[in-house]
Design a protein around this ligand. Sequence first.
Ligand code: GUN
Length: 285
Amino acid sequence: MAEIIDGKAISLKVKEEVKEKVLSFKEKYKRDVTLAVVLVGEDPASKIYVANKMKAAEFVGIKSLSFTLPTFSSQQNVETLVKSLVADKSVDGILVQLPLPKTLDSDKILSLIPAEKDVDGFSAENTGNLALFKDGTAPCTPAGIMRLIKSTGVELIGKHAVIVGRSNIVGKPVALMLLKEDCTVTVCHSKTRNLKEITAQADILVSAIGKPKFITEDMVKENAIVVDVGINRTDKGLCGDVDFDAVKEKAAFITPVPGGVGPMTIAMLMSNAYFCALRRELRGI
Ligand code: GUN
């Protein structure tokens, strides 16, 4: 029977750590840490995520600025807003909530955010730093996943980590982070052959594919650490990628959905916003 990794409790601990650091920052530099959040359109899930980000910012003492633009905003309007936030010296971090409406060129909009204000860690520079194992802003969900894995206290060196999913937001960066921790890393995706044979070798299994209950008990190694990044909305409510009830009998540690990876993303965003502010102070920018 697996130990359930409590993402809610661990995320609260992260937020409390950030809260203390933000307080010291304000005392030392006599200014706020400021995060700008841009939401375009009416996507219901995005609205909830953004509201939760603002709530977390308030909790840790980060000043948040919210910008909501209509669904049919022009590319130019969105670019003008982002450029004004880039130029605004009081803004430490800029987050453009994804997905943007399909009429917009997301890559072009995200490319306007300089690495020093890139709280999501999505920029080419921050991605490159991650690949080179250099300091930078790490993407929030993968950073949260690493924190959950490390909370188990299990030695990571030499372990076989298998990631299912190769997205820029989760699969690719978490693969690099696990490689940095000296894991042997395999990245599986929709074209992978013999998926079950590979996942069954995983000491650490991270699933980020968005298919409800896709990872079944026979795909999991005895005593594995299983991290479920899936947030799938089904008739019966939220459901992860992992068949939780069956897999928990076999794994050593498992993250639940909800209450696993989800709360960690926002906590790590707060941590990134603080680090962006501190780095701007230290570099005098
Ligand atoms: N949409 C889903 N996850 C994320 C995230 O981590 N950052 C942003 N900006 N949008 C998202």
